[in-house]
Design a protein around this ligand. Structure first.
Ligand SMILES: Cc1cc2nc3c(=O)[nH]c(=O)nc-3n(C[C@H](O)[C@H](O)[C@H](O)COP(=O)(O)O)c2cc1C
Length: 510
């Protein structure tokens, strides 16, 4: 099966949809004694502790989320800057208690707090760090060296000579260990790979922007070569995205030899279950060579947009400077566990929509500013905006009313019959035109559409918290969402849902 046989993406997507029937006929239960460890722990490698005394930029979150900060791109990537990017992307920011013990919450939201996404670093010589391939250990905030030497050239080749990777002093590589999420979510965990790396990348991009470090999301790479570089056991863990950090590297030498790695890691749980649907979609969306990755990236034209036909409500945006700093925002972020049924203001909603959709620097989003997903909303309580179903017309900076009315009950249903989407002020859904995306990008486009949903959703989390509002990602009944927003959304597939509102109370966390 190749990337162009898009039956694989359809088969995975259709086979992992939630519906009322699928949820209510499901006998899956959580086997807590077999719950996987939420960390990858290399048992025999020395930790290289990362500095914790990185200074905060104090940059206003809403500008950083939008990717707009004066002088961006001039920041030097040193060990402190890198430590800060890692901390605010994947670090432990809070601790909480639950009946089974302690839970270590991370900087970015993650389905089920299962934290299956790992971060690696491939770097040349940096101030304070020798060239090498490293793993970031969130549990002890330390790097562990997997390979010694400058291996960037191998990554550059695997990414088909993508210029941002070629000129970067360092790149992050995000991976997922499937079992750590499929333990709870089974085959749907493959979607979560991109949702959860996406929320993390929203933080990475915002913090890098704030530090003046150029960052880009590269989804086109030769999977086998990158996985080999990191020494992954690809039956269990695979690379999801490469993120070059910084620019201006004068080039990198030919990489040293790259033997197989056989590094001992702590067992995750007594037994692991494999979900063949995950392996099937992953291999069908894999690219074999850097050359293929390069051709994949060039699969223009950009996605089509649809002209508005209904009444438009112009959005109003808050000025930058109205919110918290990016570091303060990420440190405070958490998923709201309950919403008060109270209104947010139209400028608050406008700001969230506007700042989170200013364009993601990504190899699959050309021309810059393009999006694969369309944004639909159910508005329950926004001052100055009638309750109802809307579509966000980004180009017009306006919301188009699709259907007016009180919709809390149906929103609760669409969000898997949970209270959160019913009690929120607004529910934001991202839907992609999968036939178009797959036609353009093959099965790999499926990864890209899910990833974009995660990144935009992650930005919405941050834009909400920057304004002292709450947010939570949610799962959904796939086809019911499409039907609800049709005829406008006819033929679209639901990728992501985030609920926004005023949180009812704080979870006690340290
Ligand atoms: C994509 C996504 C989907 C989520 N779905 C749900 C959901 O359906 N119900 C829910 O209560 N929480 C959901 N969450 C919230 C997670 O449970 C939460 O992020 C996790 O427990 C970590 O907590 P934190 O976000 O407060 O750090 C979701 C989060 C994400 C990122």
């Amino acid at each position: 099966m190749t990337n162009r046989d898009v039956e694989a993406a359809w088969s995975y997507h259709d086979g992992t949809k939630h519906s009322w029937q699928s949820i209510h006929s499901d006998s899956h239960f959580l086997d807590f004694p077999n719950q996987p460890l939420p960390f990858k722990v290399y048992e025999e490698l020395e930790p290289l502790p990362l500095p914790r005394d990185f200074s905060n930029t104090g940059v206003e979150a809403l500008s950083a989320i939008a990717g707009r900060v004066g002088g961006a791109g001039d920041g030097e990537l040193d060990l402190r800057g890198l430590a800060s990017v890692l901390y605010y992307s994947a670090g432990i920011t809070k601790k909480g208690a639950y009946p089974g013990g302690e839970i270590l919450f991370r900087a970015a939201a993650c389905t089920g707090a299962l934290y299956h996404v790992e971060v690696y670093l491939v770097c040349g010589p940096l101030a304070g760090l020798e060239p090498g391939v490293y793993h970031f250990g969130a549990h002890d905030f330390a790097l562990r060296r997997l390979r010694r030497g400058d291996y960037r050239a191998a990554l550059v080749e695997a990414c088909g000579y993508e210029p941002s990777v070629a000129s970067a002093p360092a790149s992050l590589v995000l991976t997922s260990t499937f079992w750590r999420n499929s333990w709870k979510y089974r085959a749907r965990a493959y979607r979560h790979c991109f949702w959860d790396s996406g929320t993390m990348l929203a933080n990475t991009l915002a913090v890098s922007t704030a530090r003046g470090i150029e960052a880009r999301v590269v989804a086109g790479f030769a999977d086998g070569a990158v996985n080999h570089l990191l020494g992954l056991d690809t039956e269990r863990e695979v690379s999801l995205a490469v993120v070059p950090l910084g620019k201006g590297s004068p080039g990198c030498p030919a990489p040293p030899p790259m033997p197989d790695l056989d590094l001992k890691t702590a067992p995750l749980s007594p037994t692991e279950v494999e979900y063949p649907a995950i392996g099937a979609i992953h291999s069908a969306s894999s690219l074999a060579t850097g050359r293929e990755a390069r051709a994949w990236r060039a699969s223009a034209p950009g996605p089509s947009t649809k002209a508005a036909s209904g009444p438009l409500k112009a959005l109003q945006s808050l000025a930058d400077g109205a919110g918290d700093t990016i570091e303060g925002t990420i440190a405070r972020r958490g998923s709201s566990r309950q919403f008060r049924r109270e209104a947010v203001t139209l400028p608050q909603l406008s700001t969230i929509l506007h700042r989170s959709t200013q364009g993601i620097p990504a190899d699959f989003l050309e021309p810059p500013g393009a999006m694969l997903n369309r944004i639909y909303l159910i508005v329950h309580a926004v001052d100055g905006l009638a309750s109802g179903a809307y579509v966000y017309r980004r180009e017009e900076g306006a919301l188009e009313l699709l259907d007016e009315g009180e919709m809390r009950r149906v929103a609760g249903f669409l969000g898997l019959q949970q209270a959160l989407p019913a009690d929120a002020s607004v529910d934001v859904f991202m839907l992609a035109d999968l036939p178009e995306v797959l036609d353009r990008y093959g099965n790999r486009g499926y990864r890209a559409a899910q990833l974009e949903g995660g990144i935009v959703g992650g930005k919405m989390y941050l834009a909400a918290y920057a304004q002292r509002l709450g947010a939570t990602g949610l799962t959904f009944f796939d086809d019911d969402v499409t039907e609800f927003f049709s005829p406008d959304a006819l033929g679209l597939s639901t990728m992501f849902l985030v609920a926004l509102g005023k949180p009812a109370r704080r979870r006690s966390r340290r």
